[in-house]
Design a protein around this ligand. Sequence first.
Ligand code: GDP
Length: 327
Amino acid sequence: MQRERNKKYNLDALTDGILSGKNQWLSKGITLVESLLTEDRKESSNLMERLLPSSGKSLRIGITGVPGVGKSTFIEAFGSHLTKLGKKLAVLSIDPSSSISKGSILGDKTRMAQLSMDSNAFIRPSPAGSSLGGVATSTRESIILCEAAGYDVIIVETVGVGQSETIVKNMVDFFLLLMLPGSGDELQGIKRGIMEMADGIFINKSDGNMERAKRARKDFQNALHLFPPAASGWTVPVELGSSLEKDGIGEILEICEKFNTQTSESGWFEENRKNQEIKWFHQLIGQRLEADFYSYSITKEKIKKAEEMISSAQTSVRKALDDLFFA
Ligand code: GDP
C-alpha cells in the first residue's frame, strides 16, 4: 500500500509542494520520513537532502509535563497567541506510551481543537507502534520538513514520565516544563533530571489559590538553585499563569524570544544545534549497526545457541559475547 502511495507523486512534486508551504504535501512528506520501508528510506534521504538548505530558521520549543498538567490547553493558548501575531506554528508530539503499549497518553486529534482549525497551525501526532528511537528520528526529520514549509515555531510535545524528555531536549532549542501549583517539595512526580533539563518552568493552573502558586514558585526557584549553572549561560525563569484564562502566555513567548536573542548573541544557540546533530548522527550509527548485526541469519542462529548455553549455565554472558564476535 505504501509503495502505491509513493508512486502517486514524484520527489520533485513533493519537494516543491513542501517548499511552497502546502500542508497536504507536508503531511505526505512526514508520512514518508516515518515509513520504515527500505525503499521509502532512500526516498526520504533524498527529500531531506533537498530540503536541508531551507531548514533551520525556526525556534524549536520542547514542552513537557505530567498528563493532566495542561499541555494541550497551553499549546492551544500559546499557539493561538502566536498565529494572531502572524506566525506559523507546527506541533509535533512524541508519545512514549504509543510506542510501548500502543495506547496513547497524549490522545488523538480531538486535543487542541481550536488550533487544528487554524490555517497557520499544523498539528501532527507521533506514529504509534514503532520504537521510541524510530519515532524520535522521524520527529527530527519532521522538524526539518516543517521548517522548509515555512513554519516559524515548532513545538515538540511529550509526556513528563521520563523516557522521551532527553530525546526531545536533544532536538529543541528551548525546553519548557509545565508544573502545577502544588507543593514543590515532592516535585509532583517529575524527576529531578527533567527539571534540570528545563530552560523555563510554567506553573499552569495558577488561577485559584494564588498564595499556593507563589509558594510553589519559591519552591521551584529554590530547587533550581541547587543545579549547576546551565552551559547556555541562561537563568531558568519560573512563571505563574493559566492556560485556561490565557494568563502568562505572552510572557512565555517573551521568555522564548529573550532566550533566542541572548543565546544567539553568545553563539551558544548555533553551537547547541551543531552538537545536537552530531549526537544524533552517532545515535543513528548505533541504531544502524545494531539493525545490520541482527539482520544476518547466521548471527540469529549463533545468538539462539548462546542464549541456550547461558540459560543452562554452560557459559558465562561474557564468554558468549566474546564467542559471538571473535570466534
Ligand atoms: P494534558 O494532559 O497535559 O494535555 O492536559 P490538558 O490540557 O488536557 O488539561 C487537563 C485538564 O486541566 C483539562 O480539564 C483542562 O481544562 C484543565 N486545565 C488546563 N489548563 C488549565 C488552567 O490553566 N487552569 C485550570 N483551572 N484548568 C486547566
